[in-house]
Design a protein around this ligand. Sequence first.
Ligand code: NAD
Length: 499
Amino acid sequence: MVRELTHFIGGKHVPGASGAFGDVYDPNTGQVQARVPLANRAEVEAAIADAENAQRVWAAFNPQKRARVLMRFLQLVEGERESLARLLSAEHGKTIADAHGDLQRGLEVVEFAAGIPHLLKGEFTDNAGTGIDVYSMRQPLGVVAGITPFNFPAMIPLWKAAPAIACGNAFILKPSERDPSVPLRLAELFLEAGLPAGVLNVVNGGKEAVDTLLEDPRVQALGFVGSTPIAAHVYATAAAHGKRAQCFGGAKNHMIIMPDADLDQAVEALVGAGYGSAGERCMAISVAVPVGEETADKLIAKLKERIATLKVGRSDDPAADFGPMVGRDLLDRVRGYIDLGVEEGAELLVDGRDFELAGHEEGYFLGASLFDRVTTDMRIYREEIFGPVLTVVRAADYEEALRLPSEHEFGNGVAIFTRDGDTARDFSRRVNTGMVGVNVPIPVPIAYHTFGGWKRSGFGDLNQHGPDSIRFYTRTRTITSRWPSGVKEGASFNIPTMD
Ligand code: NAD
């Protein structure tokens, strides 16, 4: 039975009216399990109108009351973690254990946003001039929107929705059409937690829905996460329509392995960060950079041995290290990149192309692949593959290894494995990427710090979550006041100074 999904607008499930639908697959079997409506312009505009009305009511809640809604939401999710993780895994294809992590990293940002009374406190200068006080306050923007990718269907919607609504905005979420069920369930739970209807609307759709959000003057700000070409398009279009935007794109994350690194630890880190979630993470390691031929030879010998033990299986198989890819199109794309790497002259040491899971021949499974002797002119090095493919670029020395991620067009995350504090410290300060791990392969910052890549991995000046998210979802009003004496001196035609 194919379920028919809805939008979630004004606190209600609203069936699609456009007549257009997308298919949601079971990546384990390749079968369609649900149909998701794709909203047209009129449907998105109705959601915006609804959000605009709800926002006025919500902004009048004091911050402490808004925080209590987030706290109740956290309690409600606690009661259904397992079912949410299963639902997520069933549409995305990541393992259930990994789906728990997806949810957890999102909930941590809700916990952070529950501190909103403290986070919204403004600044005050007493007696900035004689009898004059200056103070600033952070006020919500109004209606804001988030457009999110398929690969973290719980985490990224929560990274955006929680700070946005905590600040007093209404939020319209346009989740990925590949796995929309968890975002819809999270919106129901927010309503149950006491969020007024319409403060969090979920509108499913594709380009038409996004274009409407970009062009409608009632939407004040847009947060986007997805591939770089769309991130760049959303950023430019939002700016052209006078909107605030933060847009995060693709990645090519390197891991430098110094000759003094613990190689067993480095290999474990590489297989986990390279192949976990079938490589469908923006912080996945896709390029290993061993420094020196000896390090490279030893690393590769150990990697090949370890890859041979990896278990690819159904997403609900507790023994699986990773499950299927999300869709047939992505599977074909990644296979195409492996073909290309061979044509380009890289050495394919482990070939995952022919992997099949018995009884699941129509599922979107791909084995782990490993390329050695990849060079910087190859497309498999320059472009994001977004699958279980690890490439090895050998560097002669530390400076060459440092240059590789620094000169790459993407600048999301990077890691260095070494036992030397001085090397790690130098690397952390000089490498040209937004997030750095020292003996940590996936350095996704914790909720109260901020997450964001550099170069073509991130467009906009403020990061996600942490204090930046409060700045992004509010605007500052600054008040200069003099009273009770008022203006006694009469009109002044000069710019006021604080004499
Ligand atoms: P995607 O760009 O295909 O889709 C992202 C969102 O944009 C979806 O909601 C989709 O419906 C919408 N969209 C797609 N085409 C559009 C168009 N032409 N106009 C307007 N909207 C459009 O990305 P994806 O495949 O869902 O996600 C994978 C990508 O996201 C990878 O590149 C990955 O690196 C990136 N990602 C980045 C981060 C980060 O923080 N930098 C985090 C997660 C994922």
